[in-house]
Every structure is written in structure tokens, then in C-alpha cells.
Write a new protein. Sequence first.
Length: 411
Amino acid sequence: MNTEIIAVGSELLLGQIVNTNARFISSKLAELGIGVYFHTVVGDNAKRLLSAIQVAETRADIIIFTGGLGPTKDDLTKETIADYLKVDLVFHDEAIQHIEDHYKRVGRVMTENNRKQALVFDGADVLPNQHGMAPGIVLRKNNKTYMLLPGPPSEMEPMFANFAAPYLAKLANETNTIHSRVLRFFGIGESVLETKISDLLENQTNPTIAPLASDGEVTLRITAKADFESAMQMLAAVEKSIIERVGEFFYGYDSTTLIEKCVHLLKQKGLTVTAAESLTGGLFQQEITSCAGASEIFSGGMVTYSNDVKHQNLGVRESTIRQFGAVSGECAEEMAICVREKFQADIGVSFTGVAGPDELEGKPVGTVFIGFSFKDGDSFVKQLKLGRIRSMNRVSAVKNALYCLIKHLEK
């Protein structure tokens, strides 16, 4: 069985709100082993909604609608579908009572148009709305299943979880479900990664492999459709093949981020970190402190933007800045050593470079040096050659630092 989701609402097309309903429903249908092949968004217009329904019927067994079930004139989903399918709209007694009880409870007068929300298709199954007014409706006709759900996520999500999902699970009667695993990579571009696993991508059937690039990272989503035990074996086999080729760039699974992985490793090893930041202006420390329990591994750091502060407050020697410049590996290494000693941390990290838009000390925009100093006396510098976009250079510098720390800590 396959599904199309049709979201109704001009506000979606205008960009006033994001269509989170489609994402939520798709993820839940995947767990049921029901495929979603198309997402459609249509405005509050009966003619265009009708056209969307006619197209969906040619390619989907189940059509799920969200939105357009409210009391106003532009809420026309029910009326349009009822007219198209030639079914009557009738009042649902329990829904009317639910709406009336709500208005009594809040001490407000119920306007007549609110009764519209209690209209359902004659002969349809009704899904209770425990968090709002309009009930959900499910009608099976002409070998198709039409499911209407409210638009507000606060109403739609619990209705789907409690009532729609069990209904669809019974309808699908699938023993096989869809299971996914996301592998996260850093330090390798999407095109290079795809080249290294090109044969796996070309020959994929079940499981499937889907690459996605975002903010300097690449993820691979592996998806298998089978019973749980078989799916886990299939996912593990594909993962093994991928890691054999690009494992040096792998850092985590699913929703794990670089900062979460780094903080986890620091806590696990009982190590503390501090930072001296120039071009990143505190962004690294902001990332660290965004994690719960950061105080276990981070007590403080410094933003040393000017050369005077680097020397007077941090302790970088004037001779280092004079001889090599603030934008140099030598300065970055000394910054990392100084800040580690000043804050008595196990690891010191530093950032210096040219974020943009102009050159600095004769060095081009995107020149970045990240220094690392460790309590055992080891230290090193990573140099980056980034692009010309200031904000992206700052973010990329922080992510590269986190990735370097992860790889060092994993050793």
C-alpha cells in the first residue's frame, strides 16, 4: 500500500507556517511499513483541491488530508471531498457534544459556525479529537482510503498516534516494517563519499541508501523493509560495507551531532576543555555550553579578538605575534597552550584566522588555524582553507575543531 499526503492551507503556500504534519505522518507511516510516495500542498481553493485529489487517486491507495476542517468559510476540505465522492455530510452527535462541552467549560458562547466542525461523512469511521474540536474522518470508497485530519499539529499528532495509526496498521496488515539507520560523516564531501560507495548506490534494492549533505556534513540513511530481526541484519551488513570504505570520516549515528559526541567523549574520559577564540568569537564555547551537563567538562574560556588581548590577557608573547602574525599556526598553538594553562584544563583549543570579508595580514579570507594543546604536553595545529562567506567560515571552524577532538579522543 502506498500513501499520498495532501496538506490544505494557503498559509503553507505563503510560507507563513511550515508543513510539519507531512514529516510527522511520513515518519509514523514508515514505522507501519506503509510507503509515502508524494507530498502535496494546496491552498484553500476547492477547484485546486479537487484537482489534487484526482491526481492523488491515480497513484495512491491511501490519501491523507491535513487541514481545512475548521469552522470558517475557507475550511473547505470536507465539503469538497464530500461533493466529489458524492457522500452526505451528517452531524456526529458525540462531536457536537464535545464542542458544546468545551464552550461551557471555558465560559464562552458557541457561535453557530462551530457546529460545522462536527460534520462527518455519512457511513465513515470517526477519529476522536481529544485536543481540539473537529474529529478526524476515514472513508473507504472505490478501493481508496480517504483520511481527513485536523491541521494544527497539537491536534493532529495525538489523533494520528492514538487513532489513525492503529486504524492504518490494521488496514495494511503488514508483517514487514521499515527500519532506518543514519550514519553521520564529517571531513568528506558528498560527491567524494558517493564516488567511494557508487557500486552500493547503483545496486541498492532493499536496503536502500540515501545521501544527504548539510552544513559541511554528510549523512547516509540506510533503510530496510523486513521483520525487525531481518532488518537489523540487513542494516548491519550495508553499514559494514560503507564503513570499510569511508569509516575514517564516520563519527556517529542518527541524530547525534558533533558537539554531542565530543561532550560525551570528554565526560566518558573525565577530561576538561577550554578555548581561546578569535575569529569564532565564542561560538565554540557557545556550542559546548548548549549541552546539558557542560559544567562537568568546561569551566570557562576566553574571547581574544584583538592582538592586545591575546598578549595582555591570554599571555601570547608579543614576539610570536610580531614574527608570525596573529593569523598563524604559531599563534594558534600558543593560544591553545596559554588558555589550557590559565584555566587548568586537560585540553586547550584555539581559533584564529580570517573570517572575512577582507584579507588580514596578507592572508586570504578563509584562512583558519585551530590550535590544540593537551595536558600531556602534546600540541598541534590544523590549518583550513575555507570559502569567502564569513558566517559559514566561523561555523566550519568550530565543526572542524570538534571533529578533530573526537578523533583524538577516540584514539
